[in-house]
Design a protein around this ligand. Structure first.
Ligand code: SAM
Length: 294
């Protein structure tokens, strides 16, 4: 078919297709016609929360057998999902909101399905991180999505330290009860002057963007009676190209680290660059870790 969908959701020789279906992040009108078509054609729907996604199916006038597949049971449920697919049934994977696998379950199933030669077909649509980025007005040519930061302050600050010198735009998800603490840590680690855009309740009635320096956004959110409510995407401008790490004129610290990392362990590479530039060994170590992870 021209839309990439098969004719039927039922068995017809060979395994079925696993459709990865993006669903709205708050506005039901964002469900694509193709997503609706797939959901109505498949034999089974695997969902993070069957009651939640059951309501979406009900809204579409659909009733489907459902498999619950969430972060705590994904590994055990893979066999069941794969069995349905191997029996020739088409199956749609959905999460509570947005694109499955993006800070949501599905990775294990997709990996295993591909390993077994099963066709995995993405049905793209809403995703909070892309939605926020598309309207934030910060550079999008390079961005680093870091998902949820650690829940505890020490872990969160360590994670932010490792990203402090990252030149790409940073994107995080955050829950309403941690947003103020996270913004305070962003100010403490990245500095109050770092430009930041906060997208709250995107695509919903009370959609709000807060933008300015990290310090300003924190103050604005603290002053807003609705500030600590809803869902949040945090978008942060990347670090300026020249860092305080190595002030040696004409020396490209990142390039040097990348060259050394090709030959040496991270610690050694950081030590050599620290000696060459007079920069902090620890900061260079964190920077090298970031470069190695790319
Ligand atoms: N798979 C989803 C996606 O594609 O965006 C993300 C799932 S993750 C478990 C949930 C987090 O995404 C929320 O805590 C929030 O940070 C972000 N999020 C989801 N919907 C949002 C919305 N409407 N506005 C702002 N952030 C949202």
């Amino acid at each position: 078919m021209a839309d990439g969908l098969k004719e039927s959701g039922q068995a017809g020789g060979g395994p079925g297709t696993l459709y990865i279906v993006a669903t709205p992040i708050g506005n039901l009108e964002d469900l694509s016609p193709r997503a609706e078509k797939v959901l109505s054609s498949v034999a089974v729907v695997a969902a993070e929360d069957t009651r939640h996604s059951g309501r979406l199916l009900q809204h579409l006038g659909l009733r489907k057998p459902m498999i619950a597949l969430h972060e705590h049971n994904e590994r055990e449920r893979v066999a069941q999902v794969l069995k349905e697919l191997q029996a020739g049934k088409d199956l749609a994977l959905v999460s509570d909101a947005g694109t499955p696998l993006i800070s949501d379950p599905g990775y294990v199933v997709v990996r295993e399905a591909r390993a077994q030669g099963i066709r995995v077909c993405p049905i793209p649509g809403p995703c909070a991180l892309v939605t926020a980025l598309s309207a934030a007005g910060l550079p999008t040519d390079r961005f680093l999505f870091a998902g949820f930061l650690p829940a505890k302050r020490t872990g969160r600050r360590t994670a932010l330290e490792a990203l402090k010198r990252e030149p790409a735009t940073l994107v995080f998800y955050e829950s309403p009860h941690r947003i103020l603490d996270t913004l305070a840590d962003l100010v403490a680690v990245l500095g109050g002057e770092r430009e930041l855009v906060l997208g709250r309740e995107l695509t919903k009635t009370f959609e709000t963007f807060y933008s300015g320096t990290a310090e300003d956004v924190l103050a604005e959110l603290q002053a807003d009676p609705h500030g600590g409510k809803g869902e949040f995407v945090v978008v942060v401008r990347g670090a300026e190209a020249s860092g305080e790490v190595g002030e040696e004129p004409g020396l490209d610290v990142d390039k040097l680290l990348v060259l050394l990392l090709a030959e040496l362990p991270v610690k050694k590479a950081a030590k050599i660059v620290a000696e060459l530039t007079g920069g902090s060994k620890n900061e260079l170590y964190q920077r090298a870790l970031g470069l190695k992870a790319r």
